[in-house]
Design a protein around this ligand. Structure first.
Ligand SMILES: Cc1cc2nc3c(=O)[nH]c(=O)nc-3n(C[C@H](O)[C@H](O)[C@H](O)COP(=O)(O)OP(=O)(O)OC[C@H]3O[C@@H](n4cnc5c(N)ncnc54)[C@H](O)[C@@H]3O)c2cc1C
Length: 227
């Protein structure tokens, strides 16, 4: 489908948010928390981006794109895409579904891996579910949604971990996941090192309680157009 870039917002260093709408202002195909779309801009290769907005919103998709230094797709978004442009997108797909079954939700995000978890936070708040989000970045300036999450941080439902680039100074993933409280489901998404650490530290959790999304590497789903 063709979508129009309605607006572009600065979220953090090297991260812009893009609001995508139907060209005729119709409702978009629905999505659930954890979903992503594949998108093509110009001649750049097709790339996947998670939908970070509240799935209750029907008129827009919101994606946040981290500019990778030599990234062919993300650079195109940052350097060329402007409000009013038309982009080609798939329908939403979801390999990172939020269960309704859990008694408690533990979310771990690293950097741009926050995007699918933002949609989950919106849903969990509406459900009145018990959750905690650990959000790992280098610094407040490199933290998309830092201000949006401030109220939840004050309530202790979001915990920021700024490590200055040294994971040893950030969240202790092994300690955080050491104990599995019955009824708790884990959701995590982040850079390669974090994915490996969380996979290893959650090995003793019941498999059906562990959910993750890979943005890169052999475990990442290939992008697909059209849809
Ligand atoms: C389900 C899913 C959801 C995703 N959601 C998001 C999201 O919400 N936000 C987001 O920003 N991304 C997301 N991604 C990742 C996104 O799809 C892209 O993979 C990402 O933007 C990088 O693509 P690129 O074309 O910019 O980089 P590529 O061109 O594919 O390059 C990948 C990496 O290799 C490096 N590289 C490229 N060329 C060289 C070279 N010659 N020498 C050294 N290094 C090089 C780049 O710097 C980059 O780090 C998601 C991925 C998946 C699978």
């Amino acid at each position: 489908m063709l979508l129009r870039v309605q607006s572009i917002t600065y979220l953090a260093a090297r991260v812009n948010s893009y609001e995508l709408v139907d060209c005729e202002a119709r409702d978009l195909p629905p999505f659930e928390a954890g979903a992503h779309i594949s998108v093509r801009v110009g001649d750049a290769p097709v790339r996947d981006f998670s939908l970070w907005n509240d799935p209750a919103e029907r008129a827009r998709y919101r994606i946040a794109v981290l500019r990778e230094p030599d990234g062919r797709g993300s650079r195109e978004w940052h350097d060329r895409v402007r409000a009013g442009d038309i982009v080609e997108a798939s329908s939403p797909r979801n390999n990172f579904r939020l269960t309704a079954e859990a008694g408690r939700y533990l979310l771990i995000a690293g950097g741009i891996g926050i995007t699918p978890l933002m949609a989950m936070v919106a849903v969990l708040r509406r459900r009145g579910a018990e959750f905690r989000l650990h959000y790992c970045t280098r610094s407040p300036e490199e933290t998309p949604f830092f201000e949006d999450l401030a109220i939840l941080a004050a309530q202790g439902r979001v915990v920021f971990h700024h490590d200055g680039g040294d994971p040893a100074k950030g969240l202790d993933i092994a300690a955080t996941l050491r104990e599995h409280l019955p009824g708790t489901h884990l959701y995590y998404c982040g850079p390669t090192g974090m994915m490996a650490a969380a996979a290893s530290a959650s090995r003793h959790w019941p498999p059906e309680t562990v959910h993750c999304e890979y943005f890169a590497g052999p475990n990442a789903v290939p992008p697909m157009l059209p849809g």
